[in-house]
Design a protein around this ligand. Structure first.
Ligand code: 13P
Ligand code: SF4
Length: 309
C-alpha cells in the first residue's frame, strides 16, 4: 500500500535528484502509480531522448535503461533492480548476423527489436519496437531483412510486408510464447462477443485468433476506442491497470489467459525497490565500450528518425 507519506517522500526525492521516473506498463501497479510517465517501449525511448531532467529512473528491464543511457549519455540513469533483464535480449548470435551479411551483402538490413542488448544493437542497422516494426521494415531500401531476436514479431512483420524477404532468428519472449491457443479458445468460448487484442510477441497459433495485433500502447488504445464491451487481452497482465483507468465508466471487461501472463523480470521492479533507488541513488546504468555505444546509439537514432510520428 502506498501511503501519503511515502508518495510525499518520493516527490521530494525526485525534486532533490531532478529525477523523472519512466515505467513500462508491465511493472507492478504500485510502481506505475509512482511514475511520472507510463508507456510502451517506443513511447518511453522517445521520452528518454527528450526529457530535460538530470536523472532518469527506468522502471523496466535492463535494455530499456541501457537504451535511455545510450540516447542520453550525459544523464544519470538508474534502475530499481539492475538484475531485471529480458531473456530475449540475449537470444541472437553474432554468427547469425555475419552469415546474413555474407549471403546478401548490401541488400540486407539487420533489424533488431529494441528488446536486445547494446551489443546486439551495435551489430544491427536499425532498431524497432513492436509499435513501429512494420512501418520501419516497409520503408527500408533493402529487400532482405534479418530480424533479431524475436522470431514471433519477425514472423508477424513478414506477414505484413510480403514484398520483403524476412529472415527469422530463433529468439522469443517466454511469457508471450507461453500464451496457449487452447487458453485463448477457452476465453473466446466463454466470451463470444469479446474482441481479441494481442501482442505480436505471442506465438502464431494464439495470434491467429487476434482481431487487433499491436504493442501494449496499441492494445490499450484499441480497447479504449473499440465498440466491444469485452476484450480478451493477450499480453502481460501489467496492462490491466491502465486498461481499467482508461476505460473507467464504460463497463468494458477484460479477460486474460488462465495461466497468468506476468513477466518475472518486470515484477522485480517493486515500489519498495523504486523508493530505495531514489533514496540511495543505487542501480546506476553505465555505457558499454565507446565503439559498441556509438554503433548501438546509431540504430536507436535511426529508429527515432524513421519511427517518429
Ligand atoms: P512494447 O512495449 O513495445 O509493447 O513491448 C513489450 C515488451 O515485451 C517489453 O518488454
Ligand atoms: Fe522480455 Fe517478455 Fe519480459 Fe518483455 S515480457 S521483458 S519481452 S521476457
Amino acid at each position: 500500500m502506498l501511503t501519503e507519506e511515502l508518495r510525499a517522500e518520493v516527490a521530494r526525492l525526485k525534486r532533490e535528484r531532478d529525477a523523472v521516473v519512466l515505467a513500462h506498463y508491465y511493472v507492478p501497479p504500485e510502481t506505475q502509480e509512482l511514475a511520472d510517465h507510463v508507456g510502451d517501449s517506443f513511447a518511453l525511448a522517445r521520452l528518454a531522448a527528450t526529457l530535460p531532467n538530470r536523472t532518469l529512473v527506468f522502471a523496466g528491464v535492463r535494455f530499456m535503461a541501457e537504451s535511455a543511457k545510450l540516447l542520453s549519455p550525459e544523464k544519470t540513469v538508474l534502475m530499481p533492480d539492475v538484475t531485471a533483464d529480458c531473456p530475449m535480449a540475449h537470444m541472437v548470435r553474432r554468427e547469425t548476423v555475419d552469415a546474413a551479411r555474407r549471403q546478401y551483402g548490401d541488400d540486407v538490413a539487420v533489424v533488431c527489436y529494441v528488446n536486445s542488448t547494446a551489443e546486439v544493437k551495435s551489430w544491427s542497422d536499425v532498431c524497432v519496437t513492436s509499435s513501429n516494426a512494420v512501418r520501419i521494415v516497409r520503408a527500408l531500401p533493402q529487400r532482405n531483412v534479418l530480424f533479431v531476436p524475436d522470431r514471433h514479431l519477425g514472423r508477424y512483420v513478414a506477414s505484413q510486408v510480403p514484398e520483403k524477404n524476412v529472415i527469422l532468428n530463433d529468439g522469443f519472449c517466454p511469457i508471450h510464447q507461453a500464451i496457449s491457443a487452447a487458453e485463448v479458445e477457452a476465453l473466446m468460448a466463454q466470451h463470444p462477443d469479446a474482441a481479441v487484442l494481442a501482442h505480436p510477441e505471442c506465438g502464431p497459433e494464439a495470434l491467429a485468433h487476434a482481431d487487433v495485433v499491436g504493442s501494449t500502447a496499441e492494445i490499450i488504445a484499441a480497447a479504449e476506442a473499440g465498440s466491444a464491451s469485452a476484450y480478451v487481452i493477450l499480453t502481460v497482465d501489467g496492462v490491466r491497470g491502465e486498461l481499467e483507468r482508461r476505460c473507467a465508466g464504460s463497463g468494458k471487461r477484460f479477460y486474460f489467459p488462465a495461466t497468468r501472463p506476468s513477466c518475472p523480470d518486470m515484477d522485480r521492479i517493486t515500489s519498495e525497490r523504486l523508493v530505495a533507488c531514489l533514496r540511495e541513488g543505487t542501480g546506476e546504468v553505465g555505457l558499454p565500450p565507446e565503439d559498441v555505444a556509438a554503433a548501438a546509439r546509431a540504430t536507436l537514432d535511426r529508429m527515432l528518425e524513421l519511427g517518429a510520428r
